[in-house]
Design a protein around this ligand. Structure first.
Ligand SMILES: Cc1ncc(COP(=O)(O)O)c(C=O)c1O
Length: 413
């Protein structure tokens, strides 16, 4: 449904709530000014309602999580049912049956589907934790501490994942606390360094926050070859690009390259903080058998509600009609953006429902203008100049045309 606005944006309640946040939340967290943010209260499908009763159209899937649409009724039912039984388990001590079921399902969706044998899994909470699990796995399996990572890569903000994340605004203040083990390579380059101490090659098969960058053909294959030649593990970070976002189950399938480890999160559960690192069996078996104390775990690992929501999400994602919906929406988005030509528009790029409009300038002002028109967008890229189109899969042709029409008008100024 097209957006419907009752008050000016942000409305009076959102402004009051922002005032409270400014008092009690660290000032670094939520950006607040007279045009931003609005406070979300309710959502359904592609629509969000804010605290002032305004309705918006979501072109972000809320950081790529709500691919299946906000508050999908079957996922809400799975969550409610599990909450009524058990709200918290003991992940690595006395787990629930759901944990093993989810690990088996993730194996069947990844390495087994790719004919790579069985996959084994470490679950975690945030995306960055899955990346850190992968880096630890590579360290144990190869005995080498070096990491190859790429320009404008984003892998999260924990100290381990910052070894991979490039964007200087995130690393800068903490760089003196990071181990100097990263070899940085331009994303898409075929000119790769000497093997040396590098045991992990950490890469997004399509860059998300780096600006919806699809690498040149053959790039992922060349990394696979390099890893095989140099005794390193290939880690695909599909936290953003996974689960049909790029038009395939996983973005690496466009290039038919199988990694040693894959990191998953975001859309895995459609709304609960749960993530996973899945690795080839022989690689994962480089972790020692637990002697009663896991080497790597956390309080909420394998959370029963998260597992129940993830299993239901994976059921829905596997339905042929879901794949058809993604294909239709991707085609509609491509068609709508095809004829967009404006001064200041550099390039339209991406795959599936992971598309970016690179602009000459930072998109901050455009985002606020779109919000005041009832459209929720985010910008990516090192200069915040890539307007991202990552809507829920259920976005309709009419909603796409409406949003692209607004973007086009605002770009014209
Ligand atoms: C590719 C990629 N990796 C890792 C992360 C980090 O995930 P989280 O914010 O859940 O820690 C993100 C988040 O945007 C991401 O896009």
């Amino acid at each position: 449904m097209k957006p419907k606005l009752k008050t000016s944006i942000p409305g009076p309640r959102s402004l009051a709530l922002a005032g409270q946040l400014r008092e009690y939340e660290s000032r670094n967290v939520t950006y607040c000014d007279e045009s931003w943010p609005v406070f979300w209260e309710r959502a359904e499908g592609t629509n969000i309602w804010d605290a002032d009763g305004n309705r918006y159209l979501d072109f972000t899937s809320a950081f790529g999580v709500a691919g299946l649409g906000h508050r999908h009724p079957e996922i809400v039912a799975a969550m409610t049912e599990q909450s009524g039984l058990l709200l918290h388990g003991m992940g690595d001590v006395h787990p629930t049956a759901l944990k093993g079921k989810l690990c088996a399902r993730l194996s069947s969706l990844t390495f087994e589907r790719w004919n790579g044998g069985k996959g084994k899994v470490v679950l975690s909470n945030s995306g960055f934790e899955a990346v850190e699990t992968a880096l630890k796995t590579a360290r144990l399996a190869t005995g080498k501490s070096g990491v190859m990572a790429f320009s404008n890569g984003y892998h999260g903000l924990g100290y381990g994942s910052l070894l991979g994340t490039d964007l200087d605004k995130f690393r800068g203040p903490f760089v003196d606390q990071l181990a100097e083990v990263t070899t940085r390579v331009p994303y898409g380059s075929f000119d790769l360094p000497e093997g040396g101490k590098i045991g992990a090659v950490l890469v997004e098969p399509i860059q998300g926050r780096g600006g919806k960058v699809v690498p040149p053909e053959g790039f992922l294959k060349s990394l696979r070859q390099w890893c095989d030649d140099n005794g390193a593990l290939l880690i695909f970070d599909e936290i953003y690009s996974g689960f049909h976002r790029s038009g395939k189950w996983f973005a690496c399938e466009w290039d038919e390259v199988v990694p040693d480890l894959i990191c998953l999160g975001k859309a895995l559960s459609s709304g609960f903080p749960i993530s996973a690192c899945v690795g080839k069996e022989d690689v994962m078996d480089q972790w020692p058998e637990s002697p009663g104390e896991a080497l790597h775990t956390s309080t909420f690992l394998g959370h029963p509600v998260g597992c129940a929501m993830a299993l239901k999400s994976l059921d829905i994602l596997a339905r042929p009609e879901t794949i058809e919906i993604v294909e239709r929406a991707s085609m509609n988005l491509k068609k709508a953006l095809h004829d967009l030509h404006h001064d200041g528009l550099v390039e339209v790029r991406g795959r599936g429902l992971m598309v970016g409009l690179e602009l000459e300038q930072n998109a901050g002002k455009l985002l606020a203008e779109l919000l005041s028109e009832g459209l929720i967008f985010l910008a990516d890229g090192p200069a915040g100049n890539v307007l991202s189109f990552t809507p829920p899969f259920v976005i309709s042709e009419e909603e796409i045309e409406f949003a692209v029409g607004k973007v086009s008008r605002l770009l014209r100024g």
